[in-house]
Design a protein around this ligand. Structure first.
Ligand code: R5P
Length: 294
């Protein structure tokens, strides 16, 4: 088995190769003057189970095209099968038609990968796994909840209440609360599809006088976590922390979230950034070892 380090995830891929004891294949990548992408595997992958690690955070479209091109390169080079590890899958939130005449972007991305001959996709806390089933492609959706919760346990948040921004994400909160040894709860959330504005109502959970950890799959504009923090403060929370698997926020958004009353924000390295204090390399390595030994 060989691990290919896509340009978006070279560091993570190297770590996964080290943990799995697999060979690491470097990718040569450049942009042409007109903006088109070029990639090349720096060695043959003939006869090898080939794992391409490439997350698809901003610039999403560039990283997606590089991923498609790498899959083609690996197939042409004679890989016995190609698995793509896409820790953060771009466009996953557009998993249905919300307003008439929209595309289902998540399906489009998966259909491209399937058409290119990808055997399976490994991802982390994908927004909605149903889309893989609809497209009919094998997938492994890993969860970073435990590693994030352990990080907060290490910071002394034992017994904290964990909150999810909506009912769908409450399983993340429940899983984290098992590690932190406190209770969990959730909100109901509405987002205006045109303005993006978020409104939230606390549905269930213990808040008064408690340390709180808000758990979400993604923090992007920060609207969700800031609205949740506002409601929790009003309900008497003592200290509020936020954890997410993937963060797309910039420094300005980070500051705004802290100003809204959140003490600290921690994310994983599915998207490598200044809040990535937890690595998913171990999770990915375990999943890949299982595939290798199959
Ligand atoms: C949405 O359903 C997701 O689970 C997240 O809650 C959302 O993407 C967070 O985005 P933002 O930070 O822009 O509110």
């Amino acid at each position: 088995m060989l691990i290919v380090g896509g340009p978006a995830s070279t560091r993570l891929a190297r770590e996964v190769a080290r943990l799995t004891n697999c060979g690491f294949v470097e990718v040569e990548a450049k942009r042409f003057p007109d903006g088109e992408s070029y990639v090349r595997l720096t060695q043959d992958v003939k006869g090898e189970k080939t794992i391409i690690v490439q997350s698809t955070y901003p610039p999403q479209d560039v990283y997606l095209i590089q991923l498609f091109l790498l899959v083609d390169a690996a197939s042409r080079s004679g890989a016995s099968e190609v698995t793509v590890v896409v820790p953060y899958l771009a466009y996953a939130r557009q998993d249905k038609v919300f307003r008439s005449n929209e595309p289902v972007s998540a399906e489009v991305i998966l259909r491209f990968l399937k058409e290119l001959g990808v055997r399976r996709i490994v991802t982390v806390d994908v927004h909605s796994p149903e889309v893989f089933r609809r497209v009919g492609i094998e997938y492994i959706n890993l969860s970073a909840v435990k590693v994030l919760a352990r990080h907060f346990l290490g910071l002394g948040l034992k017994g904290a209440s964990v909150f999810a921004p909506d009912k769908k994400a409450s399983r993340m909160a429940e899983e984290a609360s098992k590690i932190l040894g406190g209770s969990y709860g959730w909100f109901s959330k509405q987002r205006n599809r045109v303005t993006g504005e978020v409104s939230m109502v606390l549905e269930k959970g213990q808040v008064k006088g408690r340390e709180i950890l808000i758990f979400d799959d993604i923090i992007s504009s920060g609207g969700t976590v800031m609205t949740a923090a506002g409601v929790l403060k009003k309900a008497g929370a003592s200290r509020i922390y936020a954890a997410c698997t993937h963060t797309l926020m910039d420094n300005k958004t980070y500051r705004k979230i802290l100003d809204s009353g959140v003490e600290e924000i921690v994310s994983t390295d599915t998207i490598p950034t200044f809040t990535s204090k937890v690595s998913v390399a171990g999770l990915l390595a375990e999943a890949l070892k299982n595939l290798r030994d199959k």
